[in-house]
Design a protein around this ligand. Structure first.
Ligand code: FPP
Ligand code: MG
Length: 329
């Protein structure tokens, strides 16, 4: 992932400063927690959320650039904390091909280490920066937790509606993307219309990103993903390809074999059942229909970008968006 940002040397440099800020923050932790967190914060993610903060901060006053680096570090630390917690909920043993904190130290210590990282991020928020208010940051984190709670409480219920799914991914993913895009512009006190547009862009970006991720869970290349396909189904998590496939089946087929398979097996689906369900979802057009839905958010995101006052920022974000949303696997 080191090379992902190589075409933008300023951004690459600023992301190094974000990594340094996070490392310094973790280094100030109690010895035992420090050793737990060190591997986790260096695990080589793309740093997408901080990059969005930094690019959007170019819309405003560059005297506040260093505040934007701090805000970018806060959002990345919260994202990392949420992944620690997510791996516990999913009982995931690996992430990006590396052992999770949950796998290394178990749920009790991992949940506390995640909380600790979150508290360190909160300590950096301090006073509001530019137009960015701590309450905007806290609200997005609240949405993250609400959506994960909702998803967990209904785990194993495959028959949810499209609006329920949309609400879930809006909270789980789009809220933090929207916050990241807005936070950079707010920190450097960009024009208010640009701040709003960045928020809308981030929301549509997050929605298309999550839909694409959910499509890849069905049809992605397992080597590139670093995880098995069909994992959402096996974890009892219904996503948009399944929801749209079930709707299609309801319309056309009186037997409804996919619904019957899910009802029979529930959360006890073995690898063979999962592979069968994945094939049915594909055959019922679940992937194609989900891609159309992704395209709707894609168009919305690009429309908001085209209205930004700074064409250089708009073109940088456009290239990034296309690179990520059109990712092959
Ligand atoms: C990964 O999505 C998970 C998230 C985007 C959010 C997780 C949030 C929580 C656990 C709430 C706790 C929040 C804080 C602020 C500590 P995914 O499960 O769809 O993707 P994956 O395949 O990467 O696991
Ligand atoms: Mg997960």
């Amino acid at each position: 992932m080191e090379d992902f940002w190589s075409s933008d040397s300023v951004l690459k440099h600023d992301l190094d400063l974000v990594r340094e800020q996070i490392r310094n923050t973790v280094d100030q932790s109690h010895g035992f927690i420090k050793s737990l967190l060190k591997g986790h914060v260096n695990s080589g993610g793309k740093m997408l959320r901080p990059a969005l903060v930094l690019i959007s901060s170019r819309l405003g006053n560059q005297d506040s650039r260093f505040d934007a680096i701090k805000v970018a570090s806060i959002l990345e630390m919260v994202h990392l904390a949420s992944l620690i917690h997510d791996d516990i909920l999913d009982m995931a043993l690996t992430r990006r091909g590396l052992p999770t904190l949950y796998a290394k130290v178990g749920a009790k210590q991992a949940v506390l280490a995640g909380d600790y990282l979150l508290s360190k991020a909160m300590a950096l928020v301090g006073d509001s920066k530019g137009d960015l208010k701590a309450s905007a940051v806290a609200n997005a984190f609240g949405r993250l937790c609400e959506s994960e709670l909702d998803q967990d409480a209904a785990q194993g219920d495959f028959f949810i509606s499209k609006p329920t799914y949309i609400r879930r991914i809006a909270g789980k993913t789009a809220a933090l993307f929207a916050l990241s895009c807005y936070a950079g512009a707010a920190t450097t006190k960009a024009e208010l219309t640009d701040q709003y547009r960045m928020h809308r862009f981030g929301y549509a970006f997050g929605m298309s990103f999550q839909i694409q991720d959910d499509i890849l869970d069905y049809v992605g290349n397992e080597n590139d993903l670093g995880k098995q396909t069909g994992r959402d189904l096996q974890c009892g998590i219904p996503t948009i390809p399944l929801i749209l496939a079930l709707a299609e089946e309801r319309k056309n087929n009186s037997n409804r074999p996919l619904a019957a398979l899910l009802t029979d097996k529930g959360r006890q689906m073995n690898n063979k059942d999962t592979a069968k369900a994945v094939r049915m979802v594909v055959d019922l057009g679940g992937i194609e229909k989900s891609s159309h839905m992704c395209d709707v958010y894609r168009e919305r995101a690009l429309a908001d970008l085209s209205l930004l006052s700074n064409t250089e920022v708009s073109s940088t974000l456009r290239s990034l968006f296309i690179k990520l949303i059109d990712r092959p696997s």
